[in-house]
Design a protein around this ligand. Structure first.
Ligand code: ADP
Ligand code: MG
Length: 696
């Protein structure tokens, strides 16, 4: 024996060290991103090949996969079919008085394999054929006798590159487990494992790769799912509670006087959920630690009003408030809403625009730094650059989901600790909320202000196209305005622009001839976009032909018509956002969607869009149909991808992990020595992503 090495060291050794692995295989493994022994051991199967339940032939059911034991009665070789050229091999089996014919196409050599009287295990999907059952291409295994007890192992299936067989990879994993399982270091204290019914690591890892049965597999998988989600939730909790412990923010209570003064501003009654959200954020802002709240509400639910309350609260205490939007047009939109509501107010407010000449910009920045402005609206890009504030009390961020977790962390790096309010109109499924926004408190606006007229949605079939455009045109001529949304083009802004131009040509020379049309796409400059939007707001333009990516969130109450081209290319959430543009005014909205979905789920998506206007239900459905990765990819938001947990499937575990993580961190227990390893894993995986600061 050489000197004993630490488990860390042993497991960090190169894959070359593994049995069954020579230089060539080691290279293959490295190409898969598996460099160390630990990488290999923790390369989880993507799926498991399981066996159907073992039953008697007499108990088969049409179409229900099953495994049976039966003996060969006769083999018939039917030669090849004249028309199809396919050869057919049939083998008749029997168990007690029931018969089953196994059928293979184009495998004539199989006929040699079976002899009458031999016992076999067969697995497949049974079909009734008169008195007998039939299985096409069943799995078979020769048995000693019909009574033979057959172990049917569950085989792991790995994500492997071309040419790397499952069998070989299993062999490597088997050897690695044999040699190294004893070295694995448990992350959780023993009593923690027990109280959470988690399988210990040294048992769980082999059981995950090569489970004895489904129950064991589930148990083992649960351990790793829990661990993965728990570590993520710990990181989020550390950010949430850790910050609260160290940062101080100005206390900005809503005194009776201030509250009354702000409330006098609204020309309408607040909805119940607006009132609730305001109460919640006022409580947060009264405390000497930074508010960290997510305001979630469907398009038109009145988020800007709630945000304005928070801003006025800050201003009332002599602090500055900023509102950041992801795009210039959205920033302008907020600006208009705020201007309307602050008409006649002495609050000093300004918009920092991207198109501003640099001299003017410099002056504006100096004024902001001197405290001459109370409320500042602008894009995220603008307000994160070289802007300094005199007394920043509140930061409102709109459409945070586009920014990602990382940026949120960056903003935090400042010395000042303002309160934060994040807004999103994207209904976020609960599980996603618990991950992407796991470090935020949440307020939900789940009702729309009263009196909003409905939006009617139609799936326009080819035969109804003429009728739709006639209807569209008639509404425009009666004074309304409308949007036509061009197909989603992902490749480039140039292509996007081209697709909008083509659409405009077609419409201008066809159904919308003679109307005042304008086009908008991502290739235009900020000034161009702004002036196009302004012309549309003033009603000079009747129909705006645009890409979807340019501006969700635009508020033109007179625009009540929308046509969406190639609707099958959009996700449900995106469609819903788009439709939200035409539910802003006093007239009912009409949305026509053109779509040619190629899949069943694509069709379901369009149908759901036509059937419901409840954004939350649509988001949940989108999540179900497309999977969370496609709707809210964790990666695109800056969180590392999940390796084993599945947010849909593992919602319960996620909740448990979240609860436990909050408890541990809020009670300051994570610092205890028994959680040292866990802590290290949290920092390794999330430390830099979430800016967790020093190793805790
Ligand atoms: P969101 O930002 O959630 O899409 P906004 O705050 O922009 O919604 O509000 C949409 C429109 O509804 C605005 O014109 C706003 O003035 C109006 N509004 C907001 N709250 C109410 C309310 N409680 N009653 C009537 N109208 C409201
Ligand atoms: Mg808004």
């Amino acid at each position: 024996m050489t000197t004993p090495a630490s488990p860390q060291k042993i497991l960090s050794a190169s894959v070359d060290r593994l049995r069954e692995v020579g230089p060539q295989r080691a290279d293959l493994l490295r190409q898969m991103g598996l460099f160390t022994i630990r990488d290999l051991l923790f390369y989880f199967p993507r799926d498991w090949q399981t066996f159907a339940p073992l039953i008697h032939l007499g108990d088969l059911e049409e179409g229900v996969d099953a495994g049976v034991r039966a003996s060969v009665v006769e083999v018939d070789r039917q030669g090849s079919n004249q028309q199809t050229g396919r050869s057919i091999t049939g083998v008749l089996f029997r168990e007690h008085g029931t018969y089953l014919r196994a059928v293979w196409f184009n495998m004539p050599f199989l006929a040699e394999q079976f002899s009458p009287g031999e016992a076999y295990y067969l697995e497949g999907t049974p079909k009734r054929r008169g008195q007998t059952w039939e299985m096409i291409h069943p799995r078979t295994k020769r048995l000693e006798s019909l009574e033979e007890d057959l172990p049917r192992p569950i085989h792991p299936l790995y994500r492997l590159p071309e040419g790397f067989g499952q069998h070989l990879f299993r062999k490597i994993v088997t050897a690695a487990l044999e040699d190294y399982v004893g070295v694995l270091d448990e992350v959780f204290p023993e009593d923690f494992l027990e109280s959470h019914t988690l399988m210990p690591l040294r048992e769980a890892l082999p059981a995950l790769h090569f489970p004895d049965d489904l129950e064991q597999l589930q148990h083992a998988r649960r351990r790793f799912v829990f661990q993965e989600l728990f570590i993520m939730q710990l990181a989020l909790a550390v950010r949430r509670f850790g910050q609260q412990a160290t940062l101080t923010a100005p206390q900005l209570p809503a005194t009776t006087k201030i509250h009354a003064r702000i409330m006098r501003r609204w020309p309408f009654e607040l909805t119940g959920s607006q009132t609730r959200a305001i109460e919640q954020l006022a409580q947060d802002m009264a405390r000497p630690i930074p508010m960290n709240r997510l305001l979630q509400g469907d398009v038109g639910s009145g988020k800007t009003v709630v945000a304005l309350y928070a801003m006025l609260l800050a201003v009332a205490h002599g602090y500055q408030a900023i509102l950041m939007a992801p795009t210039e047009v959205l920033a302008r939109q907020h600006w208009h809403t705020i201007e309307k509501l602050l008409f006649g107010s002495r609050v000093r407010r300004t918009m920092l625009s991207g198109g501003m000449p640099s001299k003017q910009r410099k002056e504006k920045l100096a004024e902001i730094a001197a405290g001459d402005w109370d409320i500042i609206v602008g894009t995220q890009a603008l307000l994160q650059q070289d802007v300094t504030f005199d007394k920043l009390g509140l930061v409102v961020i709109d459409e945070q989901h586009k920014f990602g977790v990382k940026q949120r962390a960056q903003l935090r790096g400042e010395e000042v600790s303002p309160h934060y309010l994040v807004m999103t109109a994207t209904p976020i499924p609960r599980t996603v909320g618990m991950t992407l926004f796991g470090d935020l408190e949440v307020s939900v606006l789940d009702e729309l202000p009263p009196g909003r007229p409905p939006v009617h949605t139609y799936w326009v079939t080819p035969s109804q196209t003429d009728r739709w455009w006639k209807f569209f045109r008639q509404k425009i001529e009666s004074g309304r305005q409308g949007y036509v949304i061009a197909p989603l083009v992902e490749s480039s802004e140039a292509m996007e622009a081209a697709s909008v131009e083509v659409l405009q040509e077609t419409l201008a020379n066809g159904p919308l001839q003679g109307l005042r049309l304008a086009t908008m796409h991502g290739r235009l400059s900020i000034e161009e976009k702004t002036s196009i939007m302004d012309a549309f707001s003033r009603g000079e333009t009747q129909v705006l032909i645009s890409t979807s990516v340019v501006e969700v969130g635009v508020d033109v109450p007179n625009a009540t018509l929308m046509a969406i081209e190639s609707g099958e290319r959009f996700g449900l959430a995106a469609l819903h956002q788009l439709r939200g543009r035409i539910s802003r005014g006093n007239y009912p909205g009409y949305c026509g969607i053109f779509a040619d979905p190629k899949t069943a789920s694509g069709k379901q998506r369009i149908e759901a869009f036509v059937d419901t206007t409840d954004g939350f239900r649509l988001a949940e459905l989108d999540f179900e149909l497309r999977g969370p990765g496609n709707v809210f990819g964790t990666r695109q938001h800056g969180l590392p991808p999940l390796r084993i947990a599945n947010l849909q499937q593992d919602e319960r575990v996620l909740e448990e992990a979240r609860q436990k993580a909050c408890d541990l961190v809020s009670q300051d227990q994570l610092k205890q020595p028994e959680f040292r390893k866990l802590r290290r894993m949290v920092w390794q995986r999330y430390g830099s992503v979430l800016d967790l600061g020093d190793v805790g």
